[in-house]
Design a protein around this ligand. Structure first.
Ligand SMILES: Nc1ncnc2c1ncn2[C@@H]1O[C@H](COP(=O)(O)OP(=O)(O)OP(=O)(O)O)[C@@H](O)[C@H]1O
Ligand SMILES: [Mg+2]
Length: 356
């Protein structure tokens, strides 16, 4: 187990800045997810931490040891890092036990110590009875667990996982997510888990670093990202938040009065919020059809989508072209395209910083 400290890390490929001043502090035993769209720099970050690549600026420390700077890099094999990739990369001609033992054999660990550690690693991923099988005789999820056991058997101080579940179907993914969570509880290893699936990140991580275009936009607990996004990109990316222009009127201790297209609503805000133009983040769960004549937010319905038990209602507010909103209503749904509906707004978050 080890703490991971990434400070001001920058990596360029030619003129392209793949990592731009990235800083992260992962506590000993913490489970951190790196979440962001394709091409935002997740794998590039992981490669610097693993030591496959060297940064142009900044530093990486594992525990108290600085392992990467522009000038110096500790070789990957000395970093005591375990890595699990999206493709399991198991040796097809070797048994499960031999696959897991491979790293120990290379490291010169002899029998009976080697078998003892392989057995313990297979038990940890609940594959004790599968030692003699070949990878081809396992399900996708079981293969992924072998890859995890192979990574853990070398007792890494830090485990890096790069989209380890991306190849699996929805049900297997859910089962494997539980495996990872249980494994982390048992082993307490520091884990950095890369994904572009926010539900996966939310389900697993103590904290999530949201990345975009080589930068960390926000690094916080899942519920903080959802309830208090730091900027409009995080608000839109996490939980499909709707970012809407508004005017903050009066601010009082963590809440404020907001004018939303002529409608008054009470919203949460940071202590630094001041009156004036702002962007607010609305969630579908905070919108509902208002009782007649309550002077609520008027939306023009543009479409409804059946989602099993409820409809997602999409529409626009404000002058043409307006701002897109969506919310859900239980079936049956009487709202047709083109109709007007008054919405009640029960909650919202004023995004810090001025609306530009
Ligand atoms: N060796 C390289 N040479 C040039 N450009 C690179 C190199 N490696 C990565 N890049 C670029 O850096 C950016 C970040 O790539 P990276 O692989 O880190 O993305 P990612 O966030 O892991 O995406 P994905 O979710 O698709 O795996 C991309 O635009 C990619 O094209
Ligand atoms: Mg990647």
């Amino acid at each position: 187990m080890a703490r991971l400290t990434v400070s001001g890390l920058t990596k360029t490929f030619g003129a392209f800045r793949a990592l731009d001043d990235v800083s992260l502090d992962v506590a000993d035993g913490e489970f951190v997810a790196i979440l962001g769209p394709s091409g935002c720099g997740k794998t590039t970050l992981l490669r610097q931490v693993a030591g496959f690549d060297q940064p142009d600026a900044g530093s990486i420390a594992i525990g108290d040891t600085v392992v990467s700077t522009r000038e110096r890099a500790m070789p990957p094999e000395e970093r005591r890092i375990g890595i699990v990739f999206q493709s399991y990369a198991l040796w097809p001609h070797m048994s499960v036990a031999d696959n897991v033992a491979y790293g120990l054999t290379v490291a010169g660990v002899r029998e009976p110590e080697r078998s003892k550690r392989v057995d313990a690693a297979l038990s940890l991923v609940e594959l004790a009875g599968f030692a003699a099988r070949r990878p081809s005789q396992l399900s996708g999820g079981q293969r992924q667990r072998v890859a995890l056991a192979r990574c853990l058997v070398t007792e890494p101080s830090l485990v890096l996982l790069d989209e380890p579940l991306a190849n699996l179907d929805v049900h297997l993914r859910a089962a494997m997510e539980r495996e990872f969570a249980r494994f982390h509880e048992r082993a307490g290893t520091t884990m950095v888990y890369i994904t572009h699936d926010q539900a996966e990140a939310m389900a697993l991580a103590d904290r999530i670093a949201v990345m975009d275009k080589g930068r960390v936009l926000q690094f916080a607990a899942p519920s903080v990202l959802y309830r208090e996004p730091a900027d409009a990109t995080v608000a839109g990316f996490i939980g499909e938040g709707m970012v809407v222009p508004a005017t903050v009127a009066a601010v009082a201790g963590g809440t404020c009065d907001v004018d939303l297209f002529g409608h008054r609503a009470t919203m949460r805000c940071s202590a630094r919020t001041t009156p004036g133009p702002a962007l607010v983040c609305l969630r579908a769960s905070a919108l509902s059809v208002a009782p007649e004549g309550t002077g609520a937010l008027r939306m023009r319905v543009t479409g409804t989508i059946y989602q099993g038990g409820h409809f997602r209602v999409e529409g626009m507010i404000g002058a043409d072209p307006g701002v897109a909103l969506h919310f859900t209503v239980p079936e049956p749904c009487a709202l047709a395209s083109g109709s007007l509906v008054d919405l009640a707004v029960s909650d919202g978050w004023v995004i810090p910083g001025r609306a530009s």
